[in-house]
Structure formats: C-alpha cells, structure tokens
Write a protein that binds this ligand. Structure first.
Ligand SMILES: NC(=O)c1ccc[n+]([C@@H]2O[C@H](COP(=O)([O-])OP(=O)(O)OC[C@H]3O[C@@H](n4cnc5c(N)ncnc54)[C@H](OP(=O)(O)O)[C@@H]3O)[C@@H](O)[C@H]2O)c1
Length: 328
C-alpha cells in the first residue's frame, strides 16, 4: 500500500507528548466516507498547543494533528461529494480525536465536509482556516446581537494572530472602524495595511482597575482572554458586544456585574465547532459581505516538514499572520 507524509502525535507512558513526521497509510486514518488530497492546512494556536504538548488538546493517541484542511476529494462513497470537488473541513474532532489536516491524505465522514464557497479558491479557504472562520462566526454572532457598522469603534486583540488579522480585514471591509491591539510594536504597518484605523500596543497604555472604565468600544473580538478581556468588559459603550473565543493570554476572567447591568454589555461566547447550518451561513458571508481583502498578506507558506518547528514559535506568540502548509 502506498504511503504519504503526516505529522503524528503520540503519548508515552509518562504522558509526555511527542510529534514526528511519519509515513502513514490510508488504512491507518480515522474512518470516513470521503478521502481528501490535502492542498492547504493552517497552523492554529490549538495546533501549536497540541503538537508541542503545551496544552491537552488531543483526546486520542496516536493522532495526526491539524484542526483544518482544504483540499480536493480523491474518493467518496457518499453521493454528495465527487472526485475533484474542492472542500474544507474543520472541527468535529479533526486533529483532536480524529486524524487531522497535517497529512497529505485526510479521511473524514461526509457530514463534516463543506464545499468551498463559490468564488473562493482553495488557497483562500485554506488561509482562512479555523482562525478566519472563527473570526467570521464571531462577527456574525455579534451582529445578531446588535453590532452594526457605524455604531462605534471595534477592538481586535491578538491582532497579529490568525483570528485577529483576518478579523481586522473582514471588519474593515464591512465598514467598521477597527482598533487593533497587539503586543508587537513592529507590526503597526501590517495592521494598518489590513484595515485597522488605529493600533494600540500592549504595555503602552493603562487598562485601569475600575469596575467601569472609559466607554470606548461598541464591539470587540477577543482572542486573548484574561486581563485584556476583563478590561474590555469594563470599556464597552452602551450595549457593546464582545465576541470571546480565545485564551492566548490567559483563561481567567475577573470582572463584575456592573458592565452587564449598567451598560448592557453583551459577552458572546464563540465556538468554531458550530452546527453545519451555521457554518454554511457563515461561509456564505465570508464569500460575500465579509470577504477578506488581504489574505495574501496574512498567509505565508510552509512545508509539512516545518510544521513541528513552526508550532514551537507559534505557541510563544511570535508569529505574525498565518502559516499555511502548502502540499505539493
Ligand atoms: N473558540 C474557538 O472555537 C476558537 C477557534 C479558533 C481560535 N480560538 C482561540 O483564539 C485564540 C487565537 O487563535 P489563533 O489561531 O488566531 O492564534 P495565533 O495565530 O497563535 O495568535 C494568537 C495571538 O495572540 C496574541 N498573544 C499571544 N500570547 C499572548 C499573551 N500572553 N498575551 C496577550 N496576547 C497574546 C499574539 O498577538 P499580538 O502579539 O498581536 O497581541 C498572538 O499572535 C487562541 O486562544 C485560540 O485557541 C478559539
């Protein structure tokens, strides 16, 4: 049987996790009706945690890492998909409990597969990946909760990261005034180019300690959690909406009820592992009114054999934009 390359994560008897580039076969992959020849897979924060073992992400070992993949259908026993169809998969356990996208071949249940939206390329969708999809879902949910262009400034933290970069791009395209918050002072031009109107740098301003700080933001996309999310809850304008999906800066949240009962602040949780109907709605928006304009500036190519090293940099928050595995 022919083999292909994949990044597989194993766990030893001492619970230590190790990742390696291995030769795999189709028979070894998680079960499913659709086999995809991978074209692109992105490195997400969660992948970096899984591959480095810095976070307990995987629930099954051994498991091939990679929580998203874009590629073409190589074979399908499900009538909805045909050889050559361009498709995308994320969630449902991909790269967590089911062999994932850091693999030249990926096999998944047909119910997990999303056709690439009309007008978008496989590279567009691969660059979006989980991070871009999550930012789009957050904007979608925030708008369902009252956020609208012209209603005030929207802050995006973890701004140089995957969710942050694509979030800025989509919000600016949609007509929002975007404030980027980053730890990387040297990335100011990158963030302005994506569409930020203003860039704040972590450590260069005070977040304060009051129950209610100056009301500044009508919306916020939060990749970071911890102290920054706490400050955001205290800094929203009346009925301001926060889409919270990340913990790159910490998992704690210290706040009080005052932002919620005195300003009507709405804290919306965002989980990318959304029901299929919601995914389809959000991808349709990504292809139209949310369509990012600068994916080519956000994504940069790496090869499968660079994934493990790249995950180590990513988990330290050192990366600007999104590393995209390009398969041959
Ligand atoms: N809920 C969900 O379904 C879902 C889906 C996707 C992602 N996420 C989460 O969203 C977050 C972002 O994901 P991603 O893939 O965009 O990650 P990423 O590309 O690695 O970006 C994370 C960014 O967060 C900032 N950051 C890192 N360490 C920080 C720290 N200690 N304090 C403050 N900021 C820090 C950095 O940006 P700056 O230097 O510009 O500040 C970094 O580039 C992660 O926590 C991820 O797990 C959740």
């Amino acid at each position: 049987m022919s083999t292909f390359k994949a990044v597989r994560v194993t766990q030893g008897a001492d619970k230590a996790v190790a990742a390696a580039l291995v030769d795999a076969t189709i028979d070894e992959l998680g079960a499913g009706e659709v086999v995809i020849a991978a074209r692109f897979a992105s490195i997400n924060y969660k992948d970096a945690l899984a591959v480095t073992g810095r976070g307990r992400i995987m629930t099954r070992f051994p498991c091939i890492a990679g929580i998203d993949v874009a590629g073409v259908v190589e074979s399908s026993t499900d009538a909805r998909f045909h050889v050559g169809d361009p498709v995308f998969v994320n969630g449902f356990g991909l790269g967590v409990s089911h062999d994932g996208g850091f693999s030249e071949r990926v096999r998944v249940p047909a119910d997990w597969v999303i056709p690439v939206p009309q007008g978008m390329t496989l590279l567009d969708v691969g660059t979006m990946g989980v991070a871009g999809f999550t930012a789009a879902l957050a904007i979608h949910l925030m708008e369902l909760n009252g956020l609208a262009p012209g209603g005030g400034r929207v802050l995006v933290n973890g701004a140089t990261g995957g969710c942050g970069s694509i979030g800025i791009d989509m919000l600016a395209r949609r007509g929002y005034e975007v404030v980027a918050l980053t730890g990387k002072a040297g990335s100011r031009d990158y963030l302005l180019d994506l569409g930020a109107a203003e860039v704040l740098v972590r450590g260069e301003f005070e977040m304060g300690k009051k129950a209610l700080e100056k009301a500044q933001f009508a919306g916020a996309l939060d990749s970071v959690g911890g102290e920054q999310l706490s400050w955001l809850t205290r800094s929203m304008t009346e009925n301001g909406v926060i889409g919270a999906f990340g913990n790159a800066g910490g998992a704690d949240l210290a706040t009080s009820v005052f932002p919620f009962i005195l300003r009507g602040v709405r804290l919306i949780g965002v989980n990318s592992n959304a029901p299929m109907a919601v995914r389809q709605q959000v991808w349709a928006r990504v292809a139209t009114d949310l369509r990012p304009r600068h994916l080519d500036r956000v994504g940069f190519p790496i090869t499968l054999d660079q994934v493990i090293e790249h995950c180590s940099r990513s988990v330290e928050g050192q990366v600007q934009g999104r590393a995209i595995v390009h398969y041959g």
